[in-house]
Design a protein around this ligand. Structure first.
Ligand code: PMP
Length: 451
């Protein structure tokens, strides 16, 4: 794969931050120069961390700009854990948790996640040579941070981007200011329709991808499980067909999959990452829906040459995801092991399934004849279509509030928000079953009064 052709000039121009090299990897370089250890490759955060652990205790580093943690006011913490032992932050681990850390993520969390990705997706690229798309991982401040950095890495004004509407509004907000050209590919309950994608791509020839003037699509962005807002998921056959088209027309696939762990049916559908023989998939995972959204821990998995670009961006933007958050998450995951983590996922999914069923039951009771809706396969949303109106916006934005019920109007999930849209998105995450019932009753009244 020629990854260089996907990069913006900004991303291609990124160089390792001198300060970050000092705090992450200068020590091994100093050691290397002194003949103590071999120099790690740039950016080398993980290699550096490993070497740092082996550095002689007599070494005095005047290199890094890290503050002295003895001056920090936080001294210790104990975090109690459901289905696990308390996590103690004593003085030593507190010092580390409050300190700068590697931009790629702390090594022990990275290695745990790498093992998880191998177990769940078994990406064909795991053992590829580094420059030929070898699987790599970096921790991000939630998956949103990773998505934003990916878009910045690849999108120039005028670039063609493939996606399927309705789409996660956070992605639209991140992509629109970059001035790309959105190409919507038709989708249904099983995800993007391969025939539609073929049709869209038919204006190019496969060899056009080698000619920058042809402006072939750089990537396809999609939410393959529990799409936000529709709740729909791709089938494995659709994914295979779409991956083949990505190979043929040489575009990348951004697999934004925060609801992967919230799939209501097993076995989980194989991911794009699991079929990525070329190293053309970048996958965004999130722990927001299953461990905590406020800790801001997500991760990107993709070909090393691209993940390295993201890490360089991180070095000069967020620097790293909170060390405290990462240690907390890592301690928990190590304590639980993969089995414990997956058992937790099952419990969380059971909760959301029950909630979903409660909303669907309430919708059946109050909204039959007034609206249509789907039974989501994953995630936390139901996508309602109000019958008999072309645009639900005023009803949802103005009148619903007066009836004391809130939903998101469907138009925010479209690139062109001005197009009339009879849909709204309802979340079954926070309301109790009783509240879900009352909410549907209120929505029913609203529709009856408005249509
Ligand atoms: N992608 C999608 C499709 C989402 O729905 C969300 C959360 N609303 C995100 C990404 C971002 O999640 P986070 O940054 O919390 O991981």
């Amino acid at each position: 794969m020629n990854y260089a052709r996907f990069l913006t000039a900004t991303s291609a121009a990124r160089r390792p931050s001198a300060i970050r090299i000092l705090s992450e990897s200068d020590l091994p370089r100093v050691l290397a120069r002194a003949g103590v250890a071999p120099a790690p490759p740039v950016p080398g955060a993980r290699e550096a961390a490993e070497l740092m652990n082996r550095s002689p205790p007599s070494l005095i580093s005047l290199a890094t700009g890290s503050p002295n943690p003895n001056t920090f006011p936080f001294k210790s913490a104990v975090i109690t854990v459901e289905n696990g032992k308390p996590i103690h932050f004593q003085e030593g681990s507190m010092h580390r948790a409050l300190q700068y850390s590697q931009s790629a993520g702390i090594p022990e969390l990275l290695s745990w996640i790498k093992a998880l990705q191998i177990k769940l997706h078994n990406p064909p690229t795991v053992n590829y040579p580094a420059n030929e798309g070898q699987m790599d991982i970096c921790i991000t401040n939630g998956s949103q941070d990773g998505l934003c950095k990916m878009f910045e890495m690849m999108v120039n004004p005028g670039d063609n981007i493939l996606y399927n509407e309705p789409i996660y509004s956070g992605t639209l907000q991140a992509l629109q200011p970059l001035g790309c050209n959105f190409i919507n590919v038709a989708s249904d309950k099983q995800g993007i329709i391969p025939e539609s994608l073929k049709e869209v791509l038919s204006k190019w020839k496969p060899e056009d991808a080698r000619n920058p003037n042809k402006n072939t699509p750089k990537f396809l962005y999609t939410v393959p499980n529990g799409n936000n807002p529709t709740g729909d998921s791709f089938t494995v056959n659709r994914k295979k067909e779409i991956y083949e088209l990505a190979q043929k027309y040489d575009f990348l696939i951004i697999e934004d999959d925060p609801y992967y762990f919230l799939q209501f049916n097993k076995p989980w559908v194989p991911t794009f990452l699991s079929m990525d023989t070329d190293g053309r998939v970048i996958r965004a995972d999130s722990l927001s829906k299953v461990l905590s959204s406020g800790l801001r821990v997500g991760f990107l998995t993709g070909p090393k040459p691209l993940i390295e670009r993201i890490i360089l961006h991180t070095q000069v933007s967020t620097v790293h995801s909170s060390t405290f958050s990462q240690i907390l998450v890592s301690e928990l995951l190590h304590q639980w092991g993969q089995e414990g983590f997956l058992a937790h996922i099952d419990r969380v999914t059971d909760f959301y399934r029950t909630q979903k069923d409660a909303l669907l039951a309430a919708a059946d009771k109050w909204l039959s004849g007034l609206a249509e809706w789907n039974d989501p396969t994953a995630g936390m949303f139901v996508w309602f279509k109000i019958k008999g109106i072309s645009d639900a916006r005023q009803l949802i934005e103005e009148k619903a509030y007066k009836k004391e019920v809130l939903m998101v109007p469907g138009n925010v999930f479209y690139n062109d928000r001005s197009v009339p849209c009879p849909y709204f998105r309802a979340s079954f995450s926070l309301a109790s079953p009783e509240q879900l019932d009352l909410a549907c009753q209120r929505v029913a009244q609203l529709i009856k009064e408005s249509v």
